[in-house]
Design a protein around this ligand. Sequence first.
Ligand code: NDP
Length: 484
Amino acid sequence: MTERHLNYIAGEWQPAFSGATFEDRNPADERDLIGLFPDSDAADVAAAVAGVSAAWPAWAAQSPEVRADVLFKTADIMARRADEIASELTREEGKTLTEARNEARRIAANFRLYAGEALRLNGETYPSESGQLVLSVRQPVGVVAVVTPWNFPLSMAARKLGPALAAGNGVVFKPSEITPLMGQRLVEVLLEAGLPPKLVALVQGKGAKVGQAITAQPGVDALTFTGSYTVGKQIAASLSTDTRVQLEMGGKNATVVLADASIDKAVATIERGAFGLTGQACTGTSRVLVARPLYAELVARLEKSAASIKVGPGTAEGVQMGPLATRAQYDKVLAYVGIAREEGGRVVGGDALREADSSLAHGYFVRPAVVSDLPDDSRLWREEIFGPVVAIRPIDSLDEAIRLADDTEYGLAVSLVTGDLPSVLRFARETQHGIVKVNSPTTGVSLNAPFGGLKHSSNQAAKEQGGANVMDFYSRIKSIYLGA
Ligand code: NDP
């Protein structure tokens, strides 16, 4: 029987007021219906915001130890349930079980990090000539709306819910319509850990409708969003000026391979960055700039590697790459493979396995693609594809590498493969990307380090997701002057 899931609003599990639902299906086999979820609208959002508005002041008044304790317990439950939730993540989003376990197991560390931050919400004191004591204190922002994408449905949400709750806020959470079950699981775990029932609201539904209702709803004090630049721009344009907003958006990330690099290391770095998570990572490698003497060999090695990757359902033994997450993603990736061919590029891979392989006929499977010999004005150099497609071109100098790596509207992650320290130092200093990796893939980041992009990749609010400095976004600083 089809499972019917619910919203969680004002401490009650309930359907959308309209009764509308939407389907959640398995991208490896679209015949597999995971369940029906509420397709909410502005009425559900208004009730969610009202419930959380009433609840957060009591949470903010709790001692930091109490808030930390709930987040530590959340971490413990997540650690216990990680493998079970990882299986559901594979079924819902498509990533392989190994990738899903990596994501689910890290959530515990994430909540522990922010449990610690609840205890460290320090203010400062300032020297004053007037004989007063001047100090600053941190207070919660209030109602924080959390809007997340589908590609890391646990991780992106935990990186927002954790610090928001640690700082004493309440949360209205809208997961992606592609991964509603992962959103629900996270809320269930928080409630099991003892989060006050009305402090968090879960509003499921299809993006534009619920998302726009959230941006239009009075009473939302801050909105943290991770997703595409197109949607981020719409959110920024429609929010009132007194709503705090954090936007983490797309990327067009490059790996640069200098002439001294080991080809083996370059191949391993690019394979992981470009094809891991079926290329659906904001920090995924979609461009490679390689020193001309290595170009032909690197292209050949990457073509071989792409051809040997085992593509299939994420649950199957030995599978290294799962399906794309949606039919729209599948069509988009194949469209870019077509564009590369039309532009005269050499394309190896990029096959529509759904059509080519009867055992994969019900999922959104593609073979990873390596594209070389593209014209300089190719769309593949500029547009975010968000799939396992990597374009390669030769470079003749470090100057050219820096110029081309930065020749994009985005500025999220970049990596450099070389043993040459002066080149590393110059590249790291000059490149216009928020994350610079040396001898490692553009993907993969530390939870405790600042994370975020430049240019169209981020609005750079409160330097940004990840690390302790994210607490600046989730708290307000008030300056207090104490006179005698
Ligand atoms: P989208 O921008 O399509 O959606 C992100 C979230 O916004 C979803 O919950 C979506 O809901 C919701 N949404 C859709 N329309 C609106 C609207 N008009 N107002 C408010 N919210 C709305 O991104 P994807 O989910 O497709 O994720 C992929 C994108 O996310 C890529 O561009 C990727 O680079 C980026 N990303 C960035 C990261 C970073 O840290 N910089 C990390 C991970 C991904 P629904 O799903 O229901 O449509």
